[in-house]
Every structure is written in structure tokens, then in C-alpha cells.
Design a protein around this ligand. Structure first.
Ligand code: 5GP
Ligand code: ZN
Length: 121
């Protein structure tokens, strides 16, 4: 998609700090990191979310990249969390499928924070 920022990063027309890439996926540092390590893994092809015609091959490529990215970022031993937001309630803000890899600091058990009074947004 021409106006999609992550398509631009995949094509190389929008700059990003690339960590890993192969023929199917690209991984790069998040521009607004929410942890000491915050990487994103995206497919080169445009899919809005996990439910948007993602082939088994691409699914495997996305998740196979996770431990590679964790190793490059130095959190493979210490641990990391993987998050994929899909749609409104998950607050997906970029409508190009992406896998978050977060680590570099001890996290809490809670995986989800709800925003009181924000159910209609
Ligand atoms: P979402 O909430 O959609 O799951 O997360 C989108 C993520 O993309 C956010 O963490 C945001 O900081 C990141 N992001 C948005 N625009 C850019 C960009 O232009 N470059 C990079 N590297 N990250 C971006
Ligand atoms: Zn895209």
C-alpha cells in the first residue's frame, strides 16, 4: 500500500533501524520504544492484521524471526514478551500486521491494561 508507513519501511523508502530481514519479513526498532528493547517484525507484504489472509508460510516466517531478533538485541537469555495487536479494542495503531518483541527489563505478570471509560473509542 502506497500510504502505509510499514510498507515504506519494508521497501526501504522510509528509514528504520533494521535488525533483521529476509525475503518475507523485516525487523526494526520501534520508533517510540516501550521497553529497553522494543522491536517490530513485519511481513514485506501488506496485511492489516493476523486475520487478513496471512499464509502459513508467512506466519512461520514472522514467528521464526522472533528468537533471531531476541538474540540480536541480547534478550534471548534474559527473556522477552511477544505481542500482536489486532483491531480497535487492542489499540492497533498501524494497520500493517506487526509483531512486537519487548524486553531488557523485568516485567510484571499483568499482560493487559484497560482504559476506564474508553470503551467507545
Ligand atoms: P500498534 O499499537 O499498532 O500495535 O503499534 C504500532 C507501533 O508502531 C507503535 O509501537 C509505534 O511506536 C510504532 N511505529 C509507528 N510508526 C513508526 C515508524 O514510522 N517507525 C517505527 N520504527 N515505528 C513506528
Ligand atoms: Zn503496509
Amino acid at each position: 500500500m502506497s500510504d502505509c508507513v510499514f510498507c515504506g519501511i519494508a521497501r526501504g523508502t522510509i528509514p528504520a533501524r533494521v535488525i533483521y530481514q529476509d525475503e518475507l519479513v523485516v525487523a526494526f526498532d520501534d520508533i517510540h520504544p516501550q521497553a529497553p528493547v522494543h522491536a517490530l517484525i513485519i511481513p514485506r507484504s501488506h496485511h492489516e492484521h493476523l486475520g487478513d489472509s496471512v499464509s502459513a508460510e508467512l506466519m512461520a516466517a514472522l514467528f521464526s524471526a522472533v528468537p533471531l531478533v531476541a538474540a540480536v538485541k541480547g534478550v534471548d537469555e534474559s527473556g522477552y514478551r511477544v505481542i500482536v495487536n489486532a483491531g480497535r479494542d487492542a489499540k492497533q495503531t498501524v494497520q500493517h500486521l506487526h509483531v512486537h518483541v519487548l524486553g531488557g527489563r523485568m516485567m510484571s505478570h499483568g499482560m493487559v491494561l484497560f482504559t476506564p471509560g474508553d470503551d467507545d473509542v
